[in-house]
Design a protein around this ligand. Structure first.
Ligand code: UDX
Length: 477
């Protein structure tokens, strides 16, 4: 008797922009799709793949668990020793755009086997749509930023056309912006994406961010790492341009329900220092404020010192991530940290180079998060129910920070976005003591909603995933 041979699982190419914030969420999506039985090729930049695999055997963690998973790399067009943090990150974006398109096409034709059934591309690389269309491959965008930041980016053209840009100096920063529908009553010039601060609206970064975001309707769908209870009204605005939106967030919560604990991935470009967990275990509940600036933000030495003074003066316990490249203009490792600062942390503070952030945010000793408002950090904090102090630096962070403080009431937006020791001291005290109750009410509520998000409910309703095989499984979308 003839037996039916099941068709092979669909093959999805995940193609991402070279930034850790993006790598983290793309890997999570790749993992979820693999759990659902899809075959995945993860196309990362050579530089970031090297960083990702330097401290942990990330590759085999995926390829051993999922036989259909493979990593591939592509150049971002810059030498390996080129700095890719702080303001130098823009150079990466411009370089990728000019160098990568023919290479991507070549790889899809010659190198990536079996042929790809669908591309999930970072929505910041519109050239991927051109390549996909040429080769007849369906393409979906994944924007790893919040819906609110995406919408602000999307509306920059209207803001410019209405003469709301450029911003005319410091005194203009508190002017309300009228041309981002849904945000007219609270979005100030200072909350616009940082690239809007350029004096010339034709500045190449404004043009880049604007044109890339405006290209989103060209893809067949748009995936956002968010959930409807958090960003519903803004999602409705985006749907008027991009009707096929998949709000699949919070990705880390999905993974926690689908992947057995112990197998969940932690991803980073630095070696994770887990010693802080032992220190945290010794601290009383909800007494520690956790401080981190994500993977590419850099601070001036003056800002670091203001922050340190503010923390010490607040008399609160703190756990602080000081990445080896956190302080701008200095090379090397922890030796860049002023001696005074290291001494000052010994009493009731702890510093690490790179932390297991998601675990820290869930720890019973942690009671707040001072963050740069990167979207992954913000969502991780929402899921863990931690109130935030937002000190945004660039790109989407300003918009996220305004939503955290003004719309979702999940924390405080750093006054004027300027770091001053008095401001830090007061904000830490407000967050951890004075205003704690009012924030905790909203953070608890939003954390519960995050855990109940639509796709999470859907996934929970399904039976647990079978061990990975080569059979066809339904897409989680
Ligand atoms: C970048 C942009 O800066 C950010 O604005 C955008 O939203 C996404 O891309 P990044 O600055 O790295 O990302 O910030 P964020 O999005 O918060 O991502 C940082 C990730 O690194 C988080 O997943 C966080 O858990 C992880 N992390 C950070 C660690 O695992 N350990 C640490 O010590 C610090």
């Amino acid at each position: 008797m003839e037996q039916d041979i099941p068709p092979p699982p669909p093959h999805v190419l995940i193609f991402l922009i070279p930034a850790l914030g993006h790598v983290n969420s793309m890997l999570k999506l790749a993992e979820l799709l693999s759990v659902a039985g899809l075959r995945i090729t993860f196309l990362n930049s050579e530089y970031n793949h090297d960083r990702l695999t330097r401290h942990a055997d990330v590759c085999s963690r995926y390829t051993c668990r999922f036989p259909g998973f493979q990593f591939k790399t592509i150049t971002d067009g810059l030498p390996m020793d080129h700095p890719r943090v702080g303001h130098r990150f823009d150079e990466v974006l411009h370089s990728v755009k000019s160098v990568t398109p023919p290479l991507l096409k070549q790889m899809l034709i010659d190198d990536i086997k079996p042929p790809v059934d669908c591309i999930i591309s970072d929505g910041f690389m519109s050239f991927a749509v051109d390549v996909a269309n040429e080769l007849g491959i369906p393409i979906i965008y994944f924007r790893t930023i919040s819906a609110c930041a995406f919408w602000a980016y999307f509306c920059v053209r209207e803001i410019i056309d209405a003469g709301e840009l450029p911003i005319k100096g410091k005194e203009d920063m508190d002017r309300l912006v009228k041309n981002v529908p849904g945000m007219e009553t609270f979005l100030r010039c200072r909350d616009l994406p940082s690239f809007c601060r350029a004096e010339d609206p034709l500045d190449r970064n404004i043009q880049l961010f604007m044109s890339e975001t405006r290209s989103s309707p060209r893809a067949q769908g748009l995936i956002l790492n968010t959930f409807d209870d958090l960003e519903g009204p803004i999602l409705s605005q985006i749907r008027t341009h991009c009707p096929n939106i998949y709000t699949i967030g919070p990705l880390q919560a999905h993974l926690k329900t689908r992947v057995p604990s112990g197998m969940q991935s932690t991803n980073g470009f630095w070696e994770v220092d887990r010693s802080c967990m032992a220190w945290l275990n010794k601290q009383p509940p909800k007494t520690v404020i956790y401080i981190s600036y994500g993977s590419i933000t850099t601070l001036s030495r003056e800002d670091v010192m203001e922050l340190w003074h503010g923390l010490v003066d607040s008399n609160k316990r703190f756990l602080w991530v000081v990445r080896p490249d956190l302080i701008s203009g200095r090379d090397g490792d922890q030796s860049q940290i002023p001696e005074k600062l290291v001494e000052g942390t010994k009493e009731r503070g702890y510093m690490v180079g790179w932390a297991p952030q998601e675990k820290i945010l869930e720890h019973r000793a942690v009671g707040g998060f001072l963050t740069h408002s990167g979207w992954n950090s913000t969502l991780e904090s929402v899921v863990a129910g931690q109130p935030m102090i937002c000190w945004p630096y660039f790109a989407d962070q300003q918009v996220n920070s305004r939503f955290v403080g003004q719309v979702w009431k999940l924390g405080l937006d750093m006054k004027d976005h300027v770091c001053d020791r008095k401001v830090v001291e007061k904000m830490v005290n407000d967050l951890m003591v004075e205003k704690r109750e009012e924030f905790v009410k909203s953070t608890d509520r939003m954390s519960k909603l995050a855990w109940k998000s639509r796709y999470l409910r859907k996934l929970r309703a399904q039976p647990p995933p079978p061990p990975p095989t080569h059979r066809r499984c339904p897409s989680p979308f």
